[in-house]
Ligand binder design. Structure first.
Ligand code: ATP
Length: 473
């Protein structure tokens, strides 16, 4: 793990953003709990996504489908047969890897050493292997031929590559029998497809229109490392946009741009956002691209934009025996709509925002750690401090806090020196701190400190709320 990620993990725990799940029992791998600051951050990001997708588009509707679905849904979607990752074990260390990622890591290493031709050659083999009929065998062959060693133990002592289904299974009702087997959903999208007609009819939407949903998804990931980057229980924010066959490429291009802009609007630095076009398209897709972020350990996917053709509705039509076709009143045609989807991980977005906001700076000879969150996503928007716990300052500060709390999340703190209180708020990513001091008692003004510029200005205490609202907007 990189140094920066270590620091973020430790700050997250110390300040109450994110904790290991079931920590007192030794933790449960790849599951995490969000603490008081984390839950606010998550809430704000969720809100912003909903705002950008649902409220800002007349033709996008919201949905909240159940996590448990009829098991045939996952046969129709292909997840029962094909939601597999190729895994390989290092016999020496007992560490488990995804075979394709192991090879990608090796290619990356070759590039770092300047061996571009070698890297290109192995990359070409990887692309071919991912398309091979016997993909596990083809991946295994590459690892053997290139003598790829285990990144952790350095050993060259591998098992075969096996396919591993990522869905969590459970049973409905009292009997643990095959007939009662159901799955925790591995993505939210299928809840949208099966509700296509329900939403279209009840909301009186006509193609093109979209359905948006935020919810938990579960994947029994083989290798779950890098903190909340790859979890076994996580949250997705997905939107499926239904278009007339033939219109999908225009929609795909438009959503690519809109989704990239959303990340920039959340304050993510532009040079850290990139694209990755898929080498291996899913068999049903006709275009797919990832929005990537440069995490401390390299460029990784944050969001996928996929043009999925009419595959999903077609499969549900086939498996349910119900017509999923749409009658277009404008063209008088009947067709299965094509789908362009945008799918972003909420937790992965949170990790990106933490990585992007984290800074260590020197201020007046002292080190400070600060999270430079965009004010719109910051867990606490403003903190209010009385300079000292006497002379009526706490009372004034409490009145200001109460006023702010009616508008956004504000925090009152009277403990410790003002310097310490500022540092605590820097670590929480709070953009503004208001201090009630001696001068407030004389002329009714307070100081407002800007987290990033450290500039302090005085404004009338009656104007604090309006001033901050303008700043946050
Ligand atoms: P990866 O290649 O990283 O496994 P994926 O291509 O399987 O991801 P999708 O199925 O397209 O991912 O899911 C859409 C989004 O959901 C991803 O871009 C990511 O942000 C998020 N996501 C997927 N799997 C996880 C996970 N295990 N933990 C956290 N977020 C995830």
């Amino acid at each position: 793990m990189s140094d920066l990620l270590d620091k973020i993990v430790s700050l997250s725990k110390r300040r109450g953003f994110i904790f290991q799940s079931s920590e007192i029992y030794g933790g449960l791998a790849a599951t995490y709990d969000y603490g008081p600051l984390g839950v606010e951050l998550k809430h704000n990001v969720r809100e912003r996504w909903w705002q950008a997708m649902v409220y800002q588009h007349d033709n996008i509707e919201g949905l909240d489908a159940a996590i448990l679905m009829h098991p045939t849904v996952w046969k129709a979607s292909g997840h029962v047969d094909a939601f597999n990752d190729p895994l390989i074990d290092d016999k020496a260390s007992k560490m488990r890897y995804r075979a394709d990622q192991l090879i990608e890591g090796y290619i990356e290493k070759l590039r770092k050493k300047g061996k571009e031709d070698e890297a290109d050659r192995v990359y070409q083999r990887l692309v071919e292997a991912l398309h091979a009929d016997d993909m596990p065998k083809a991946l295994h062959q590459i690892i053997m031929d290139e003598e790829i060693r285990s990144p952790d133990s350095g050993a060259f002592d591998w098992t075969e590559v096996r396919q591993f289904n990522l869905m969590f299974e459970t049973y409905i009702g009292p009997l643990a029998e095959t007939d009662n087997r159901i799955y925790l959903r591995p993505e939210t999208a299928q809840g949208i497809f099966v509700n296509f007609h329900n939403v279209a009819q009840s909301a009186r939407q006509q193609v093109p229109f979209g359905i948006a949903q935020i919810g938990k998804a579960f994947r029994n990931e083989i290798v779950a490392r890098q903190f909340i980057f790859r979890m076994r229980e996580f949250e997705q924010m997905e939107m499926q946009y239904f278009v007339r066959p033939g219109d999908q490429m225009d929609a795909y291009e438009a959503w690519r741009e809109k989704r990239r802009q959303w990340h920039l609007d959340n304050g993510v630095r532009e040079e850290k956002i990139g694209w990755h076009t898929h080498e291996k398209l899913a068999h049903y897709a006709d275009a797919a691209v990832d929005i990537q972020y440069e995490f401390p350990w390299g460029w990784q996917e944050v969001e996928g934009i996929h043009s999925r053709t009419d595959y999903d509705l077609g499969r549900h039509q086939e498996f349910s025996g119900k017509k999923m076709e749409y009658f277009d009143p404008q063209t008088q045609e009947r067709y299965l709509p094509f789908v362009v989807e945008t799918s972003v991980g909420l937790d992965r977005t949170i990790l990106m925002l933490l990585c992007d906001a984290y800074r260590e700076e020197e201020v007046e000879g002292e080190k400070r750690t600060v999270l430079k969150f965009h004010p719109k996503i910051a867990p606490i928007k403003a903190a209010v401090f009385p300079l000292v716990k006497k002379e009526g300052m706490p009372e004034i500060a409490e009145v200001i806090t109460a006023d702010l709390r009616g508008r956004f999340n504000a925090f009152y703190d009277e403990k410790g020196s003002v310097g310490k209180r500022y540092r605590r708020m820097d670590e929480a990513g709070t953009p503004f701190c208001i201090t009630v001091d001696g001068q407030t008692l004389e002329d009714g003004t307070v100081t407002v400190r800007d987290r990033d510029t450290l500039e302090q200005i005085r404004i009338d205490k009656a104007n604090v709320a309006r001033f901050l609202e303008d700043k946050i907007a």
